[in-house]
Design a protein around this ligand. Structure first.
Ligand code: GDP
Length: 436
């Protein structure tokens, strides 16, 4: 979703790096270029204006012209601004009772199943899916099938003549038998009063802890007007952006928080039930600026937890390069470099070249080759990898010392994250986004 913006920003920073000392004119033209790249990414005008004003103020404050590392300072300022506009607010959600609303086709039904699946599989909470869409002929069947194929309970106790309100009453009566209930509501093709009134009524019956609006980001800025109207009526507690895997430019995500005053909680990244991610502004900002997103990478590997392979990996303080090798093999399994490319630091700038040469998947193979050139002792205790050992390893696998250094650095980053996970208690960490 942010590929275009990301490429533009990175090339702006690249040009600055080549310049060495920056003049005031350089700074002004950089700010102008950032403005254009935001507009081209379909970011709302008001957001672009505030974003640029903030950047200008901070640049003045930090006296970038005299700085010895102006480029890094600007990257940091832009990063902070991206995080701010993506929304630094509350990322948590309450799985106990969630009502999903939105226009027809916005992805409500699919998203309801995705969230139920996430809550049931990841949090191990018994979940009930309820369809309140008696208008769209196939909506109930669609949710029923999604529920069945993912072993989620589906609320069936209704007569075909029931209205959404009647179904809501009946479902609410049995809601306390479940840890979590997700209500999928009916949408219309456009905003209308009857729909809002019905949703308000349902909200008062099922008293959801969270009301999420699904918006299709392919509909661009108009999705935000829709969001504003829904929020005015229903007091939304969050947004879910769907079709993030499509060609949309990301402006909706960057504008949503300030235009609608609602936090984005999830993004839909495909049609399958597993294609949903919690929305973390810092991680997205890191990906946009190619700082990498090692945390998501590790989580993805853990999620894919092809358990047998990783059950022998020592975690936390004990994590060693044998473990790293196992994880790299996991990455190959979960879609290779293409699937995880967006998570790795610095990869975007290499992306075009890599895909041209078909090299992408070889990067992982080469990292595995580096680890295999080490002695068992080195793999167990990477601290002993001094300069001469690194040189030997590089020669052994026909790669550069800088490749070995990079691998060791990535290993250390992952180990730090793992230590944090195990120190805090893994589950506690996984659950940090969920409140009861
Ligand atoms: P509803 O009318 O709001 O309930 O929308 P649906 O859940 O039926 O979704 C409409 C279409 O969008 C379906 O074909 C879904 O498979 C598709 N869809 C939903 N979410 C996503 C997503 O995140 N990515 C992609 N590519 N398709 C999606």
């Amino acid at each position: 979703m942010f590929d275009g913006l990301s490429k533009k920003l990175l090339s702006i920073f690249d040009r600055m790096r080549n310049k060495g000392v920056l003049t005031e004119d350089d700074i002004n033209s950089t700010v102008r270029e950032i403005r254009v790249s935001l507009l081209e990414a379909d970011v709302a005008l008001s957001v672009v204006k505030n974003f640029i004003e903030d950047i200008k103020l901070k640049l003045k404050d930090r006296n970038v012209i005299k700085s010895v590392t102006p480029e890094q300072t600007i990257v940091k300022i832009v990063y902070d601004e991206l995080v701010k506009f993506l929304g630094e607010g509350d990322e948590s959600f309450n799985y106990k009772s969630i009502m999903i609303v939105g226009l027809q086709g916005s992805g409500k039904t699919t998203t309801s199943a995705k969230i139920a699946n996430l809550v049931q599989k990841k949090l191990n909470k018994k979940c009930l899916l309820v369809s309140l869409d008696t208008y769209r002929p196939a909506a109930i069947d669609q949710l029923r099938i999604l529920a069945k194929t993912n072993s989620i309970d589906f609320f069936e106790d209704f007569a075909v003549t029931n209205t959404p309100i009647e179904i809501a009453y009946k479902a609410y009566e049995i809601a306390n038998k479940y840890d979590a209930v997700i209500y999928d509501t009916a949408g219309r093709t456009y905003l209308d009063d009857a729909m809002m009134e019905e949703l308000l009524k349902i909200k008062s019956i099922v008293t959801p802890k969270d009301v999420f609006l699904a918006i299709d980001i392919m509909t661009g800025q108009s999705a935000l007007n829709t969001a504003k109207s829904f929020n005015d009526k229903l007091n939304l507690t969050g947004l879910i952006l769907t079709r993030v895997d499509g060609e949309a430019r990301g402006g909706v995500a960057l504008s949503a928080k300030s235009v609608t005053n609602c936090q984005i909680k999830f993004i839909g990244t495909g049609e399958k039930v597993g294609d949903i991610e919690a929305f973390h502004p810092e991680r997205i900002a890191s990906r946009i600026l190619d700082k990498g997103d090692v945390i998501s990478l590790v989580e993805k590997a853990i999620d894919a937890n092809i358990a047998d392979d990783v059950s022998n990996v020592k975690v936390g303080r004990e994590f060693d390069l044998d473990g790293m090798e196992t994880y790299l093999k996991q990455i190959e399994k979960i879609g290779g470099m293409k699937g995880i490319m967006r998570f790795i630091p610095g990869i975007k700038q290499m992306q075009a070249k890599l895909s041209e040469t078909g090299m992408s998947d070889k990067v992982i193979t080469r990292q595995i080759a580096i680890i295999r050139s080490m002695t068992p002792k080195e793999r167990k205790n990477p601290k002993i990898l001094d300069a001469s050992r690194r040189k030997r390893i590089a020669n052994g696998c026909g790669q550069n010392v800088s490749d070995v250094n990079k691998l060791v650095q990535q290993y250390e980053q992952i180990k730090t994250i793992m230590m944090k996970m195990t120190d805090d208690g893994f589950m506690k960490n996984m659950l940090r986004n969920f409140r009861h």
